[in-house]
Design a protein around this ligand. Structure first.
Ligand SMILES: [Cu+2]
Length: 352
């Protein structure tokens, strides 16, 4: 707050000085009081163009150097690779075009700065030039769009091939619940109208549906590595968005409808913890946490990397904390974990 006020005062002082010099200037009766820019003014502005060019290049290089490390580590899902290369190539093209066009723009502003006696050339159009600068973007953009559509269609193709694991992700303000289909891998029918909190039927499962009996409801998402997962999303209250950044996956959770997304995890949690980018990030985070611990601040326990499911729609005041841990493990570990879970019918029986 103090910083903000100081900055505000400084800005106001600067404006006051600027206004005062203006008044002072106006009060002077000058021999030459022209509003027309002189050669000197134009030259000065031409150099400023170069200064601005250096500034934008400088800030770009600085951002790359300083912030690249906050990007996500390598994709942990099968489709993530193609998603990432599409993103990378889009950025490469954008950065190349931006670097070249900005240089040209500022150079020509300098080169054709106003000079006394210099007359602009009347040059209406040039068909060949127009053709070139139309056809290049047409091909580049068409290529990117087609590649994007192809990638999108592949990623969004949710089908039952390769025996996918069926998992429901249920969103509500402000937490996630996961439900597995159980031994038969089929989810029982469910509806928010059938929610019975007193009897722990928190997801509104249809108790008369035989498919519901072996469903498993959990608060931590376990996935076997290398097996395709078909997610079905539901929301109890408002619009949420299931965001699993490490798997390059996101899908809206919409009240009253079921949305779907499918991916195959390729890297286990243990393997990801050995990724150099992840090790670096854990180190940096824990350095900050150690500092906090030293000054007795909360949230200072050492952090260990885990995959995470986040909500990516601002759904209310605790939205920021709406998350669930995801554990990708070997099939044996997954089976052992699943074995130790209670089924829906066991849960219901224990409530009666
Ligand atoms: Cu949410």
């Amino acid at each position: 707050m103090t910083t903000l006020l100081t900055i505000l005062v400084l800005i106001l002082v600067a404006i006051a000085i600027w206004q005062m010099t203006k008044i002072f200037e106006l009060s002077q009766i000058k021999a030459e009081n022209s509003q027309v820019a002189s050669d000197k003014d134009n030259k000065y502005n031409g150099y400023l163009m170069f200064a601005f060019l250096i500034f934008i290049y400088g800030i770009t290089i600085f951002s790359f150097w300083k912030y690249t490390k906050v990007l996500l580590p390598e994709a942990a899902s099968e489709h993530g690779q193609s998603y990432d290369s599409l993103m990378l190539w889009s950025f490469v093209i954008i950065f190349f075009v931006q670097t070249v066009t900005q240089a040209l723009l500022h150079y020509f502003s300098y080169k054709y700065k106003g000079e006394k006696g210099k007359k602009a050339l009347f040059y209406a159009d040039n068909d060949r030039l127009e053709f070139i600068w139309t056809i290049i973007p047409v091909f580049v953009l068409a290529g990117l769009i087609l590649w994007g559509l192809y990638t999108w269609t592949n990623i969004m193709d949710v089908n039952d091939e390769d025996d996918p694991l069926i998992v429901e992700l249920y969103a509500q303000q402000f937490n996630w619940t996961a439900r597995y289909g159980g031994a038969d891998n089929v989810l029982g029918g469910a509806n928010v109208r059938m929610i019975d909190i007193d009897r722990a039927n928190v997801l509104g499962l249809d108790e008369s549906d035989p498919y519901s009996n072996d469903d498993v409801i959990v608060k931590e998402l376990h996935l076997p590595v290398g097996r395709k997962v078909n997610f079905r999303f539901r929301s109890q209250d408002v619009l949420h968005s299931a965001y699993m950044p490490h798997f390059r996956a996101q899908m809206n959770c919409v009240p009253g409808m079921i949305t779907e997304f499918s991916f195959t995890p390729t890297i286990t949690t243990e393997e990801m913890r050995l990724n150099p980018d992840v090790i670096d990030k854990v180190k940096r985070t824990n350095a900050i946490r150690a500092e906090r611990a030293a000054s007795g601040e909360p949230n200072s326990d050492p952090w260990e990397f885990d995959y995470i499911l986040l909500c990516n729609k601002i759904c209310g005041k605790s939205h920021y904390n709406m998350q669930m841990k995801i554990i990708v493990e070997s099939e044996e570990e997954y089976n052992a974990w699943m074995e130790s879970q209670q089924t829906f019918s066991q849960l219901m029986a224990s409530m009666n």
